[in-house]
Design a protein around this ligand. Structure first.
Ligand code: HEM
Length: 300
């Protein structure tokens, strides 16, 4: 099954994430008509699109169901840190290069969805410098390359919904005043990598609560469980953060990483990054293969 091409179209600098709540009583034909309109927005300024559905929505309108899809559950971590569950029904990721064309496409997507849904999250985001987070650290160093990304992100052939992917979408709000007040050596201990060039600390130096020490996880066979990240910074001078988005062949990997980030793993250690950034939205979506999406659109 063909995946949605927008998943792996990398290098685009202007991103836009829209999360929608479906109106009650929407039927398959009305949703399909709206999605056909969303698809047409691709032509506006050569924008790439990825469309995903919440578990409840895909259970209603998708033909085949992927193993393990469910809504995001809230996380109550240690020291009062946690993640709220703000699950919505449909997620559309538009990305290209040019804030103007991406906004133009986003407005067309909202107009196409208006008969069936209301906008719940409206989040333009952007690539910052050489792919850095607003903390100044390079984000994506350990991301799988494009040769490996499909294996990491796509449900394999032979499984239900092959070519689809599980998506996590979260809005994080940064406290940059506190983070910037740390000496650079201390900032590096928050992530476990050097600031200018993203060199990983060796195991003897890397703190147990460094971000990468929390999210580097292995399965029972010692194989690293990877995800493919496409997060980008968002915001203004006064309010800003990261829209965290990733694709995985298996939803469980996100649960394991978040458990360890919020101090609920076996060692009880909490990610120090959560002292400087707070998640305010979190949802799981399923982005079906291009064929499965077209089958839904074709039922209009
Ligand atoms: C404020 C939120 C976050 C920020 C600013 C952030 C930033 C970073 C940075 C700077 C790195 C190191 C460079 C790299 O390999 O990309 C990194 C690595 C990573 N992050 Fe995050 N991240 C955030 C949230 C998350 C979340 C919620 C997850 C998982 C659910 C996650 C999963 C990962 C993974 C898997 C790696 C690679 C680890 C490795 O194999 O070395 N991150 N992140």
């Amino acid at each position: 099954m063909n995946h949605q091409p927008g998943l792996f179209a990398v290098g685009t600098r202007d991103h836009y994430h829209l999360e929608f709540d479906l109106r009650p009583d929407v039927d398959r034909a009305a949703l399909a008509t709206a999605l056909a309109g969303v698809h047409e927005a691709r032509g506006l300024g050569s924008v790439n699109l990825v469309v995903g559905f919440g578990a409840g929505t895909w259970a209603r309108f998708g033909d085949e169901q992927p193993d393990g899809l469910r809504p995001f559950d809230p996380i109550e971590g240690t020291d009062g840190h946690g993640v709220p569950a703000t699950q919505h029904d449909v997620w559309v990721f538009a990305h290209g290069t040019g804030r103007d064309t991406v906004l133009h496409a986003a407005r067309a997507i909202v107009a196409a969805m208006a008969p069936v849904a209301t906008v719940a999250v409206d989040r333009p985001s952007f690539m910052y410098l050489d792919s850095r987070d607003l903390t100044g650290f390079i984000d994506g160093t350990a991301n799988p390359g494009l040769d490996e990304a499909p294996e990491v992100a796509l449900i394999p052939e032979g499984s239900p919904c092959a070519g689809g992917t599980f998506v996590i979408a979260m809005t994080w709000v940064h406290d940059l005043a506190s983070f910037d007040a740390l000496p650079v050596a201390e900032q590096e201990r928050v992530f476990g990598r050097s600031k200018p060039d993203s060199v990983e600390m060796d195991d003897a130096t890397k703190p147990a609560n460094a971000h990468i020490a929390r999210v580097e996880i292995d399965d029972d066979d010692g194989e690293e469980l990877e995800i493919f990240r496409r997060s980008t910074p968002w915001g203004t001078a006064s309010e800003h953060g990261l829209y965290f988005v990733a694709f995985s062949a298996d939803l469980r990997r996100y649960d394991l990483m978040l458990t360890r980030m919020f101090g609920l793993g076996d060692d009880g250690v909490r990610d120090r990054l959560t002292d400087f950034s707070t998640p305010v939205t979190a949802s799981y979506y399923f982005a079906p293969s291009a064929d499965a999406l077209e089958a839904l659109i074709g039922s209009a």
